[in-house]
Ligand binder design. Structure first.
Ligand code: HEC
Length: 177
């Protein structure tokens, strides 16, 4: 290969580079979009809304449909996750959390001899199926300031089952809807 030929090769490469860059530049000029001032997909800070089941205390499906997904037997298994902190027996002791015998249909925060967080002590509702479901999705979202250190039960079947199980552990089970 003589010097002349090498020059031609280099020239060819340079020409290619120039063309490629040139095209880039030209397309930039032709196609540069006007940048919008704000991103079109501005993500709002996600406030928990009552409609979304994942981050709040409210159910996405109706309580009747939800409870239909559960069984007392499965609930007994799910309750093992609660039993680190809760007994559920007539006359059972309070542990880290209050005894949960007859909890469905009861006022919130009234187990005798148990020291509740301010948040739960002041909550003042009744443990209906809906209330319990909302709480168990994510306790800390449903009752802000609760000291129940439990992430929640994401699966509807688990919540439905544990609620049915708790309702069966009662002097006065609520009628299921
Ligand atoms: C890490 C311990 C812990 C686990 C696990 C736990 N809890 Fe609790 N739970 C607590 C504490 C502590 C409280 C009291 C909360 C307060 O005072 O804010 C509580 C309160 C409650 C209450 C309110 C009782 C009342 O008298 O108003 C219910 C209902 C309840 N828990 C159900 C459950 C269920 C069902 C599970 C399992 C799916 C569970 N908890 C798992 C610690 C726990």
């Amino acid at each position: 290969m003589d010097g002349f030929e090498l020059n031609k090769i280099i020239a060819a490469i340079l020409a290619t580079v120039v063309v490629v860059f040139g095209i880039n530049k030209v397309t930039d000029i032709i196609f540069t979009p006007d940048k919008p001032q704000q991103s079109a997909y501005k993500v709002e800070k996600i406030e928990p809304t009552l409609a979304s089941a994942s981050n709040t205390g409210q159910a996405a499906v109706g309580i009747k449909e939800l409870l239909a997904m559960g069984t007392v037997e499965h609930g007994e298994k799910v309750f093992k996750r609660c039993s680190a902190c809760h007994m559920i027996a007539a006359g059972g002791k309070n542990m880290i959390g209050p005894n949960l015998w007859s909890i469905l249909g009861k006022q919130t925060g009234v187990a005798s001899g148990y020291k509740y967080s301010k948040a739960l002590a002041a909550y003042g509702k009744e443990w209906s199926f809906e209330e319990m479901n909302g709480f168990l999705i994510k306790p800390s979202a449903h009752i802000k300031g609760t000291k129940m250190a439990f992430a929640g039960l994401k699966k509807e079947k688990d919540r439905a089952s544990v609620i049915l199980y708790m309702n069966s552990k009662s002097d006065k089970p609520l009628p299921t809807p």
